[in-house]
Structures are given as C-alpha cells and as structure tokens.
Design a binder for this molecule. Structure first.
Ligand code: PRX
Length: 695
C-alpha cells in the first residue's frame, strides 16, 4: 500500500484544517477537514519529508493563500509582482477586467502602465544577483555525448549579441519575428533576444509543414525569419531550411515578402556547403551574430505590450494567433513554475516539451529562467538511441524535476521497466505531466516505476490561452488522485457549467469555465478580437470557456475529461478537425471529408478520417497514401490521419449538417450506441459505413 505509517501520520495532519474555510464552494473535504469520501487507496500522499520542506506544505497553507488570492487579487498579485524588476510601477490599479461580453468588449489588463522587460528579469537579474556563474542551460544533443552548457552570464552575452544584430537589421519594438528552430540553445536565446528589444516572437514548431509555416508568416508579417539548416531527430536528418525556403516563396506570392532569413548552421546535422541558399536574403548566423557587442540596452516595455504570438488550433480551419503580453505573463509563469514544482535553487529542471508549443514557452524558457533555474534543453528523441535515453539524461545532469506528457509516459511504459530501472534516477524529486488527461495506469507507472513511489506528480492542466498552470497539484500540500489535476492555482476560479451556462455546485460534470481574469491570460487573438470574444467568451456569457469537459468529485477534485469542441488532442498536440478536413478536400480526388478523434493507446487520441471520393474514382491503397501525404504536407507529420475510412456518403441531417456523433461511434466501434438515426437525410449511409469499416 502507498500509505505507510509515515503517510498515515501525515494524513492526520492533513485533515486538521482551518475552520471557516467554507465560503468557496469548490474547495473540498481535504481543505475543509471533513472526512474524505475516497477510499484510502485512491489517494497518494506526499511523504512527510517532502511536505515538510515544501513551499506549500499543507492544505491549510494553500487555503490561506488561495482565499487571499481570490478575495484580494490586487493585493495578492502586486505583492508577488514586487519581487520582479519594474522600471516604473503600475498605475492607477493593479488590474482591470471585463470578462462579460454582454457588458462590452472583453478586456484584461494587469500591471498596466508599469514598464519592465521579461528578458531583463530572466537573465540580467540573475547575473546581477551574483548568479552569473550558475548554469542556465544544459544542452543535450541528439547524439549522446554531444552536449553543451551556458551559464547565466554567458547566456546574457549570447542574447545581447543577437539582440544587437536584430536591431542592426532594423527590427524594432513591436515588430514580429518568426522563429522556426529545433531545440538548440539558440531557440531560447532567440526568444529572449526578441523580448529584450520589444520585438514580438512567433515560434512555429519545427514539425509544421511549409504551408503551415507560410500561413503563420502571412498572418503576422515578420521582418525576419530565424531558422537553422537542418536537425537530426533520431537517425533522420530534416532539412528545415528547405521548408522555410518554400514557405518564403509562398508568402511572397501572398504579398508578404520577408527580406531576411537568418540561418544557424547546425553542423552536426548538415554542412554549410550542402545548404540551398538565396543570396541577398539568407545570412549565416555564425557569420554575423558573434561580431556584435555582448552588451545591449534593454527596451523597457509596458506590461501590456505584446510579448509573443503563438498559433494554435481551434474548431475552424484557420489557426489562431494567441497573444500574450509582457508583465502579467512574466509574473504568472514564474509563480506557477515555482509553486507547482516546489522549485528550489538547487533543482535541475527538465521539461521535454519543444519551445514550439506553449509548454516550451512558459516552462522551458520563461518560467524557469525567471526563477534562476538550471534548465535542460534536449534536441533529440526520447527513444534514441534507445528507450532509456530520458533516464540516461536524468542521471547525467542529476535532474530533480522532470516534466513531460502522458503520451511519452505511455510509450515508454510499453517498452518495459528494464529501460528505466537500469538507471539510478536518485536525483528525481518531482514529476510533472501536461497536455492531456493522464490515465490512472500511466500515472501509476510514472509514479511507481519512474519516481520509485516517492516523487509527487504535478498533473498540470492549462492551455496555450491561459499562459500558465490553472489547475494543478501543489506537491506536498495535499494527497493526489491518479488522473486528477486536483485544485485550482492561486487566483484561478474554475466553475463547471451546464449546457445553459448555469454554474453547477458540488459533485458534477459539465463544461469547464473560468470566472475572473488572471495575470497570465491571453489578451486577444492577433488581428481578430471578434473571434476572441466569439470563441471564448460568448458560449457562456460572464465566463472564459476553456473548450474542455470536466467533472468534480465528492472531494472537490477536478478531473479533466478532454475537449468538447472539434479539437483533437494527439500526443498532447492540439489539432482542429477542420484543418485536417480542409487538407483532405484539397486533394483533387476527395469530394468530402469528416474527421473525428478516436481513442489511441499511446497518443491519447488518434485521427480518424471519413473520406468521400469524387464520383467514379475507385478506392486504392495508393490513394489512401496520397491523402495522408497531403495532410502531412499541409499541416505536418504529427497531424497525419491514423485511419482513412472510405465513405460513399456521410451521415447528414436534412439541413445538411454532418452528424459527428454517429461518426465518432462508428470510429470507436460502439455500434450499439449509434442512437437515433431516423433524423438523417439518408439513414442507409450508416449501414454502408459500417460495412466498409475494415476496407
Ligand atoms: O484539453 C486540454 C488539454 O490540452 C488542451 C490545451 O492544449 P494546448 O493549448 O496545446 O496546451 C497544451 C499544454 C498546456 C486543453 O484544453 N490538456 C492540457 N493539459 C492537460 C490537459 N487535459 C487534461 N489534463 C491536463 N493536465
């Protein structure tokens, strides 16, 4: 049993809680000191030793801080914000908000009027505090043995050189810079250099195709695109620069010429001589950047000035440019990082996410560096040269906090314990999970095998839009339930609403919304504030709608149940069904397509596509491959459908609406749960689809 006598003693101390803690309805029995409804063996307690040293070591302490954070957000957050450097303080108030679309434009502002710089706080401040010699980044290359490191002082110099170069080529405050880089140290360096001069970075995950990259370039019109010639992932070299070349040709065709493509020569993957080059536009990083001075003045920006854009998928075809601003995001990512991972200055932290996604923004680059942490940046693949690579890296750098995605946990779990137990992993003390719900069996394997049954797991629920953690365990503060993200972070007020938008109390299931703003919230969708309001604030007036389903159990724990919109979560990557459909129908032989998510053992969800061909075109294996290829080319390999299901027709209502509910049931083989099909324009299509399911 997980409950040793030490644990049990701890349970006692954990259930003696403050009186009068009942005003906030979502707080649970753990917090209120009532007996827990859960069986003892549903709960996993942090050890007494862990809790004793934790930043938040009891439900009571959490409760006090949480209560304050929601009753007096201005006081709570301004106290925390005062620990950062502000050139000028905010005025006249800490924050202002309108979350209710029926009362006018939705607007959140935090620390408005204050001037700061996130790069200054993340890098210079650490050097000035005497930690210039501390390692900021350990870099581990694709090949074991290929590695490097940068101290905070060295990081500052590298950031300044690039910042000076960018200024030299005319990049100014407010200009967009698109970054298409793999996990080299140059990726966080580039983000920080942009932030230093007030330029708005837009990192595009280097697994996106040329078309997706072009779409993002056309939307934000950058002055510069920064990339490298190639990267090796596992034994395969990917020529990133060629992808950028095609994207840049495409963007010229769309009236967005980009005059400069700064290219880092990644020698271990590809030589300079072999790289295709466009004279006049392309410049080698190594030829110019090192010539610039290692000091660069900081551009002080307003807390509400844009920091970055990050495109993410929604339920319609066009990706959304999620915009985060400098001040609130800085305070929020730093604070969530510190508490959710119980960060201490001696920690060595590794997050396996790529900086191309929000997790890499908030919890590879900004959150950890703002805390002066030592961060591991890994270029390669977790199963190369074999499935023990992660634990090899953990032992090599003595990683103490390891943060990853359930899909990786599941895929390593399948390879067997041997790959894990071969390594010591003694340094580990906190584990983290993000991107999708973690199923209890994967949770337990992560906890028992990887963490040797003594590292708490922070299952952090959040989104590109939220900037940082929203619902997350604070390791050390309360018992965990495998698969539950537990309770809200400070300042976050989650509510569960029904179809009509009424808040539901107590034990329930429904749609997860947030009431009130928080400092890390996105402020708009780039160039489309109307879509921002329509997508997030109109579905349930008065709330931010997350797009996720959620339930709350008897003890008040939150359980995320997945997306309730047309977004699929594949290996923690958000993919809009409409994006995949639009790629499929661009194939000349495809007449119509409908895409649904289907449960997948490793990826969480897989992509299942129903495809109707143009009249007279026969099904063939070749055609199936070319349909998959068109999705890879238009979005990226990670969005390739797992299954193409030939569909002579699609189930539609008489008004022509595709009934996805039926398609989901057919895809998941729940044929006895098809429900009422009599409202379909042609009910016989269902039988045809069932007959063709194995073709
Ligand atoms: O469905 C939720 C799921 O991922 C979505 C957000 O995706 P994205 O913006 O790409 O950000 C991923 C990294 C934060 C959410 O709407 N999700 C994320 N974390 C969890 C999760 N679902 C359950 N549990 C989580 N810990």
């Amino acid at each position: 049993s997980l409950a040793s006598s030490d644990h049990l003693r701890h349970v006692e101390s954990m259930t003696q809680l403050p009186s009068g803690a009942g005003q906030i309805s979502h707080l649970n029995a753990v917090i209120l000191g009532e007996p827990l409804a859960s069986e003892e063996n549903d709960l996993v307690f942090p050890s007494h030793d862990f809790s004793r040293q934790a930043l938040v070591s009891s439900p009571e302490q959490y409760w006090k801080m949480y209560k304050r954070s929601v009753e007096d957000p201005a006081g709570f957050w301004s106290e925390i914000a005062s620990q950062f450097y502000w050139r000028e303080k905010w005025y006249p108030e800490v924050y202002s908000e309108n979350i209710d679309v029926s009362k006018g434009t939705v607007k959140f502002e935090w620390f408005k009027g204050a001037r700061t710089n996130i790069c200054y706080n993340a890098v210079d401040q650490n050097v000035e505090a005497g930690n210039g010699g501390k390692v900021a980044i350990y870099w581990e290359g694709n090949e074991p043995g290929d590695d490097g490191q940068l101290t905070y002082a060295e990081l500052l110099e590298k950031v300044c050189q690039l910042a000076n170069y960018l200024k030299h080529v005319g990049v100014q405050k407010g200009d967009a810079v698109v970054i298409y880089l793999p996990m080299l140290m140059e990726l966080p360096i580039t983000m920080l250099a942009c932030a230093r001069i007030g330029a708005v970075h837009s990192v595009v995950f280097a697994g996106f195709s040329a078309e997706s990259l072009a779409q993002r370039i056309i939307d934000c019109k950058p002055k510069v695109v920064i990339t490298c010639n190639a990267v090796k992932r596992g034994s395969k070299a990917i020529h990133l620069k060629e992808i950028v070349d095609s994207a840049l040709v495409e963007s010229v065709k769309n009236g967005v010429p980009v005059g400069l493509c700064l290219t880092f020569e990644n020698q271990s993957a590809m030589k300079r001589e072999d790289t295709k080059w466009t004279e006049g536009r392309d410049v080698w990083w190594q030829d110019v950047v090192p010539q610039f001075p290692t000091k660069c003045a900081v551009e002080w920006v307003d807390a509400e000035d844009p920091l970055f854009l990050l495109y993410t998928s929604g339920s319609t075809g066009k990706p959304k440019g999620v915009l985060h601003t400098a001040g609130g995001y800085m305070v929020y990512t730093a604070t969530t990082f510190k508490y959710a991972f119980d960060y201490k200055p001696s920690d060595i932290y590794w997050c396996t996410a790529d900086c191309g996604w929000i997790t890499g923004h908030s919890y590879v680059t900004y959150g950890p560096l703002l805390n002066g942490a030592t961060v591991v940046v890994f270029e390669g693949a977790p199963n190369y040269p074999d499935s023990g690579r992660c634990w090899d890296i953990v032992d090599k750098y003595k990683v103490t906090i390891f943060y990853t995605a359930p899909t990786l946990v599941r895929s390593l779990m399948r390879e067997g314990n041997e790959y894990v137990t071969r390594y010591s992993r003694k340094s580990l003390r906190v584990l983290g999970s993000v991107g999708e719900p973690i199923n209890p069996s994967a949770w337990r394997w992560f906890y028992n095998v990887v963490g040797d049954s003594w590292c708490p797991i922070s299952d952090t629920w959040w989104q590109t839009e939220t900037g940082g953690f929203m619902i997350t365990p604070l390791p050390g503060a309360w018992p965990q339930k495998p698969g539950s993200a537990t309770f809200p972070f400070f300042g976050v007020q989650p509510v569960i609403v029904d179809e009509k938008g009424n808040e539901i109390e107590g034990e329930c299931s429904g749609y997860l919304c947030i009431k009130r703003s928080w400092p890390g919230a996105f402020r708009t969708l780039y160039g489309d504030h109307e879509r921002y309001e329509t997508t997030y604030f109109k579905p349930f007036a008065g709330y931010y709608f997350t797009g996720d389903g959620c339930s709350r159990d008897k003890d008040g724990y939150y359980w995320l149940t997945g997306r309730v919109d047309d977004v699929i979560n594949v290996s923690g990557h958000r993919i809009g069904t409409a994006e995949v459909e639009s790629a499929l129908v661009s194939h000349p032989q495809c007449a119509e397509a409908a895409v649904v998510g289907v449960e997948h053992e490793i990826k969480g969800q897989g992509i299942y596509a129903f495809v109707t061909l143009v009249e007279g075109v026969p099904y063939s294996e070749e055609l199936r491959k070319s349909l998959i290829l068109i999705v890879r080319n238009q979005i990226g390999a990670f969005a390739a459908p797992d299954k193409i299901h030939w569909a002579p027709g699609l189930p539609k209502t008489r008004s022509g609406k595709i009934m996805r509910r039926i398609l989901r049931k057919i895809a998941s083989r729940q044929l006895d749960e098809l429900g009422d099909t009599s409202t379909l324009a042609d009910p016989s299509v269902v039988d045809q689809l069932i007959a063709l399911r194995d073709c």
